[in-house]
Design a protein around this ligand. Structure first.
Ligand code: DLL
Length: 449
């Protein structure tokens, strides 16, 4: 855990917050209720899928009398968005859609999302709010290394930094040498990137003989993939900056659904004036008020948008596993715990559930091992059991002998903390694939079918 410093406390005391950041929980919930009542009626009237689903479940927008009534409404899934491809979920005519984004669609059809001008303004405001919470201030130079294009990261972060009053450097992801050159020449105050891409940049700096701790960068706002406290520590020490989390997903908006405050660094605050979060049991996703889990309980995060016009989203199942915690730096807005993983990224190894984040957490506590690792799943010939191999790079200055000892330690720690037996293969520094954005950690080489 990183402790707040005098400098970071100062960073928020000089900020002008949105009124909604400082209102009471009661006032916020009253706002949520009226916005929620409007949204469910709006979605029911304008999007055939919602009308059909509500009718099939026997609920009507007028059934939403208090916030907890939301639990009676049916869920929306990625599959729904795929089936309605491309524009079936849009609640406004096409000429009112100012922008379209889409997911890469590696596992099927892309999911398409749209924004009205007002949606884009709200999105920029929430990203600006998140960046400000993380220490970024008007007038700062912001190096934006999230990918531009259909991915919401690049343009979403860009518009937010502009709305905050920053000077934006729209470099996008990749071309790491050039990124490093521009960081040295333009001297940005903040960098926006995925945590693993920032790691790639730091790593490449070291290879070029540049000390990553010596750059102008003071703040990093990192998201789009799961990362751990151990990774935060690694990046903060290596790069001599404050690293905060930013969370979001295209179907709900993009980056800026939640953002972390630099003075507490205790998880992202969900901007609850625009989104109503719930936690459900991912393995038993029953509809019903009683099936919504209480604050503090782990489960799958579900979001309902409260202000979106082009793509209102009702009870969207994110597949992200986390829990809701009370607000701190922004008391009315609940925080989300770190995402431990996605329910579809979970490896089930001989009955034991395992997420890449758990391996990151354990590996980074072993000084000989680097944060560069991947997980390979195989099923050796003639065997019915799956095998997990953790391939991990040793740190530069570490000898092959001491890395063999470190491999044993990692194997034992995984056995103790996760409960799975696995093989560990410590490999040469620089031999594993580097991230340009969202890093793929799991390589599933098991025979299909
Ligand atoms: O990744 C939006 C984004 C861009 C967020 C830049 C933050 C920064 P998608 O491509 O739709 O949108 O992917 C959304 O990424 O459901 C999570 O599984 C994961 N994710 C996003 N932010 C975080 C985070 C963008 N801070 C999916 N921590 C989500 C952990 C995250 N996972």
């Amino acid at each position: 855990m990183t402790t707040p410093t005098a400098e970071s406390a100062l960073a928020t005391s000089d900020a002008v917050l949105d009124r909604e950041e400082t209102i009471s929980r009661d006032e916020l919930e009253a706002l949520q209720l009226s916005r929620l009542q409007h949204t469910v009626a709006y979605a029911y009237d304008r999007v055939p899928l919602y009308k059909r689903k509500f009718d099939e479940s026997g609920v009507h927008p007028t059934d939403l009398r208090e916030l907890s009534d939301l639990g009676k409404f049916p869920f929306t899934t990625k599959e729904d968005l795929r089936l309605e491809y491309p524009f079936g979920m849009f609640a406004v005519p096409q000429n009112e859609v100012a922008r379209i984004h889409a997911s890469s669609g590696t596992t099927g059809r892309a999911t398409v999302v749209g924004y009205t001008k007002q949606d884009l303004a709200d999105w920029a405001k929430l990203v600006a709010r998140s960046l400000r919470a993380s220490g970024v201030r008007p007038g700062m130079k912001v190096h934006n290394a999230y990918g531009y294009g259909l991915f919401t990261g690049g343009m979403g972060a860009h518009a937010g930094a502009e709305a905050l009053g920053c000077t934006v450097i729209p470099i996008s992801g990749g071309q790491t040498e050039r990124q490093i050159q521009l960081i040295q020449d333009f001297e940005p105050d903040a960098i926006l990137a995925t945590p693993t891409y920032l790691l790639t940049i730091a790593d490449a700096m070291i290879k070029q003989g540049i000390d990553p701790a010596s750059t102008s960068l003071k703040y990093a706002v990192l998201g789009a993939e799961p990362w751990t406290e151990e990774m935060r520590h690694e990046l903060e020490v290596t790069m001599n900056l404050k690293a905060c989390d930013i969370y979001g997903l295209s179907e709900v908006m993009g980056p800026g659904v939640a953002g972390e405050a630099v003075e507490t660094q205790d998880g992202s605050h969900i901007w609850e004036d625009h989104f109503r979060p719930e936690i459900i049991d991912p393995f038993n996703p029953a509809v019903g008020v009683e099936s919504v889990l209480g604050d503090g309980q782990h489960g799958e995060l579900v979001f309902t948008s409260l202000t979106k016009q082009a793509l209102p989203i009702i009870r969207y199942r994110t597949k992200d596993l986390t829990r809701l915690l009370p607000g701190t730096a922004r008391p009315a807005h609940r925080r989300m715990g770190r995402i431990t993983g996605r329910s579809d990224d979970m490896i089930i190894l001989r009955g034991v559930n395992l997420f890449p984040s758990q391996i990151e957490e354990i590996a980074l506590r072993i000084p000989e091992l680097s944060p560069h690792f991947q997980l390979e799943l195989t099923r050796p010939e003639g065997q019915r059991m799956d095998q997990l191999t953790v391939k991990i790079e040793r740190r530069d200055a570490v000898s092959v002998e001491s890395s063999a000892t470190a491999a044993k330690v990692l194997q034992q720690q995984i056995k103790i903390h996760v409960g799975s037996s696995c093989a560990v293969d410590v490999v040469e520094p620089g031999s594993l694939e580097r991230s340009n954005g969202k890093l793929r950690r799991i390589y599933d080489m098991r025979p299909k079918g």
